[in-house]
Design a binder for this molecule. Structure first.
Ligand code: B12
Length: 258
């Protein structure tokens, strides 16, 4: 049986996360993590007892209309937060626990049944359980200080860490700016992001874009096929694929006044 951490060890863990660059950190009990569409957390990590959730400020890159600059800000933040996840996990191992990091975005199960949009662990639900923020109208979790301009990361452990209180406040202003400015209409239905609509605009050169391109290629005549292989659509698909994915929309983050 793994150890339980006392309040002093919990505070030291939080200080470490803040020293590493997180803006906020919270602890969720695995029992408080509740997410209807994700797998049972005990199947992912049978001995999990606590989830350490860290909040990171988005750069202003997401305001840029040049989508490669916007995306680069996210890539910087993802590398930064991933390396911090590793350090926090090593710290937990040093305290005698087992520790597993949750992917910041990818990899995640590529299943037709979920449109490749349900991860093994739902970071937003862990975040609410750890008391760091609550769901907004844009279906993002809004942090009291950072609003929508935040990404979250999670490290799971079998150590029992005194849990923080789950979040029960409302940070969203309910102004509907996210709904009105969503170019794909993906937020029209409250409490649900229409994944396929979002993906079409947010990741135009993702899997759907690649399938559409290949479909057209298969149906094209010889002349047109040759043209398609030198067309910039293929270059964009290649770039997005080599990055794992590339976002072309940050509207629901950048228009949020919270
Ligand atoms: C797959 C994925 C996507 C998919 C599908 C999204 C989805 N259905 O959840 C797509 C590609 C569409 C996507 C888009 C985006 N994503 Co994304 N995505 C993920 C990922 C990898 C997994 C999501 C998942 O498994 N969800 C679990 C499913 C089962 O959720 P769900 O049950 O459908 O949840 C819905 C309800 O719970 C609902 N809900 C609404 N109100 C309320 C209220 C309550 C009380 C409750 C309980 C639930 C609830 O909100 C959800 C949306 O449909 C997570 C990282 C992770 N591991 O969690 C990031 C993540 C959710 N994405 C993130 C971001 C930032 C984005 C984008 C802004 C892209 C961008 N340009 O940066 C958009 C935002 C779209 C939007 N406004 O909803 C951040 C969100 C950060 C935050 N502040 O909340 C995450 C957490 C990544 C991270 N590490 O920070 N994403």
């Amino acid at each position: 049986m793994a150890e339980a951490l006392d309040e002093t060890a919990k505070q030291r863990l939080k200080e470490l996360a803040l020293e590493l660059g997180a803006v906020d950190v919270g602890i969720a009990s695995a029992d408080a993590y509740s997410t209807p569409r994700s797998p049972d957390i005990k199947k992912v990590f049978p001995r999990v007892r606590s989830m350490v959730v860290m909040a990171y400020r988005e750069l202003d890159s997401c305001d840029c209309d040049y989508m490669h600059v916007a995306m680069n800000g996210r890539l910087d933040l993802m590398s930064f937060s991933r390396s911090n996840n590793y350090r926090v996990a090593r710290h937990l191992q040093g305290l005698g626990g087992k520790a597993m990091t949750v992917p910041v975005s990818y990899p995640l199960p590529m299943l037709k049944s979920t449109a490749g949009a349900v991860a093994d662990v739902s970071t937003r639900h862990a975040t609410v359980a750890a008391g760091l923020g609550g769901f907004g109208r844009n279906n993002l979790v809004l942090h009291p200080e950072l609003g929508s301009r935040v990404i979250f990361t999670v490290v799971m452990t079998d150590l029992e860490i005194p849990a923080d209180r789950p979040f029960d406040d409302d940070v969203c202003t309910h102004c509907e700016a996210c709904v009105e400015n969503c170019p794909s209409g993906a937020l029209d239905e409250e409490g649900k992001t229409d994944v396929l609509k979002c993906l079409k605009v947010c990741q135009p050169y993702g899997l759907g874009g690649a399938a559409r391109f290949l479909g057209r290629l298969l149906e094209a005549g010889e002349e047109q096929r040759r043209e398609m292989l030198t067309d910039d659509t293929l270059w964009k698909l290649y770039q997005a694929c080599s990055l794992a994915f590339q976002y072309f929309c940050f509207n629901c983050i950048k228009v949020c006044p919270a």
